[in-house]
Write a protein of this length. Sequence first.
Length: 301
Amino acid sequence: MHSYNLSHLQQLEAEAIFILREVAAQFEKPVLLFSGGKDSIVMVRLAQKAFFPGRFPFPLMHIDTGHNFPETIEFRDWLVDHLGERLIVRSVQDSIDQGRAVEEKGPNPSRNGLQTITLLDALEEFQFDAAYGGARRDEEKARAKERFFSHRDEFGQWDPKNQRPELWNLFNGRKNVGEHFRVFPLSNWTEMDVWQYIKQEELKIPNIYFSHQREVVNRGGTLLANGEFVTPQDSETVETKTVRFRTVGDMTCTGAVESVAHSIDDIIREVAAAKQTERGGRADDRRSETAMEDRKKQGYF
């Protein structure tokens, strides 16, 4: 079938499946980074289509901060069990206990940045030479600079000024010993594309993506879920609001949005009308003008 006969979503799906298969062909030990969030759920569905009727030619791996939403972890474990695939979990807490990472201090600590150390250690532990991620170029300006195949040096670092050209869907996976690639099959997708695909494929997702009542702390305009990992400061109050989450990450930095979206169709309408970006409620991205790029240069997702 010619590409001009395909719908927009079919073209994106075909491109992503091609990338998934290309990595499986070029690399010896790939791994799919899986958080239980909507983008990695879409990645799993694409992998099912890419390698059906066989099993995935790679395991799934979650870098667990220990500060995740319980609903996400519950969904992660359910989906992996449902798939019958292998899940590797590596914990930021273990990195802290081993002295590899240091817990942040101060009034607004987060483990989000500490995931980099745990991730790089896990890639070295298993000798993975390519890691699929669900990042998209529309999420954040640093991610907009990424190629499909993102080369990382022997220290796991990314150089945004020295990336390889990708012309005519030709991808260069050549690397030296100790180097690896991050691969982003959803690069050309938008938040809207992801939700429309979830609707098309009738995918199950964690319930925190839908509207619900939750106690939140308003921290500098970010509505953080109240709980054991978020301590209200003297000037802050705990309120119960009707919210949902557009992204899923560390509870200490992932903000909710006020919403009455109870279905996928509701979410699609909400995303179409949204003026704030998907990661606009992520406190970790607002720590500095180049927060995401700085983390990525060090080896972040």
